[in-house]
Design a protein around this ligand. Structure first.
Ligand code: ADP
Ligand code: ADP
Length: 232
């Protein structure tokens, strides 16, 4: 069964129908790319899965169980990690604190002291090939690409089942985009179900297994890589 399944999901803001009859299956070990123009409903889709908005129609299931998230906390606690484009991490907090942020209490890390947490964060980031010399510096000092990579590494380390990425490469140049795409693949290879929101078809095609195009709040295309051929 898909780890996240939307069935005929609708969302209206007053009389604006941001999503209508959207069905979508996210599977572990796959990168589902969600493409679409501005206003297509991509952010709304993320917000429903991440617990920022409740859907108005249809059902959302996580691991086969119907859910209706009332807060981001509920979404995170069901194994869904969401990384936003501009707010991938808290900019004023240190790198090590960000690494543990949101996971200190639930995962039993409350007993660790600062030194231990810094060491674990350093080891994990190094293991994943992310080199940050000083984990005491505020995250705001790092590049946008580094922040995305740390957020992805954190989701993998804390055992997220699903990783939602909101336009992770939109503000990045060619080189940093390449690095972030590499980490998206690492998350997939670690067994996560990745939802990669982008309006860059090149980035989607480089890493994606599954492609969903939203148009005016509806699914206009849902296809797997294996189904794409050059025949008309
Ligand atoms: P995308 O992320 O693809 O640009 P959005 O999900 O942001 O699309 O928007 C989908 C539609 O819903 C748009 O018509 C947008 O104007 C509308 N919308 C989004 N958020 C709100 C909101 N909070 N209140 C009213 N309308 C909204
Ligand atoms: P809430 O998350 O409670 O809906 P807002 O209404 O402020 O809070 O909207 C959240 C997000 O939706 C913001 O990013 C905002 O820019 C965007 N948004 C709000 N209204 C609209 C709208 N009419 N069209 C498109 N996006 C909107």
């Amino acid at each position: 069964t898909p780890v996240v399944h939307l069935d005929q999901v609708g969302k209206s803001y007053g009389n604006v129908n941001a999503l209508r009859g959207v069905s979508l299956a996210v599977r572990q070990g796959e990168i589902t790319c969600v493409l679409g123009d501005n206003g297509a409903g991509k952010s709304t889709l993320i917000k429903i899965i991440a617990g920022l908005h409740e859907h108005t129609d249809g059902t959302l299931s996580v691991n086969g169980e119907q859910r209706r998230f009332k807060s981001p906390r509920e979404s995170l606690d069901s194994g869904i990690a969401t990384v936003y484009q501009d707010l991938a991490l808290a900019p004023l907090m240190s790198v090590w604190r960000n690494f543990f942020l949101g996971n200190e209490i639930t995962k039993g890390f409350g007993r660790l002291d600062i030194r231990q947490m810094t060491r674990i964060a350093q080891e994990e980031l190094t293991k994943m090939g992310i080199s940050i010399p000083n984990l005491d510096q505020p995250v705001g000092m790092l590049s946008g690409g580094q922040r995305q990579c740390i957020a992805i590494a954190r989701a993998i380390y804390f055992g997220a089942k699903v990783l939602i990425l909101d336009e992770p490469t939109a503000a990045l140049g060619v080189k940093q985009s390449g690095v972030v795409l590499k980490y998206i693949v690492k998350a997939r290879d670690a067994g996560l179900g990745v939802v990669f929101i982008t309006h860059n078809p090149h980035h989607a095609y480089l890493v994606g297994n599954h492609f969903v195009v939203l148009k005016l709040g509806r699914v206009a295309l849902d296809t797997h890589r294996a189904d794409i051929t050059l025949e008309q």
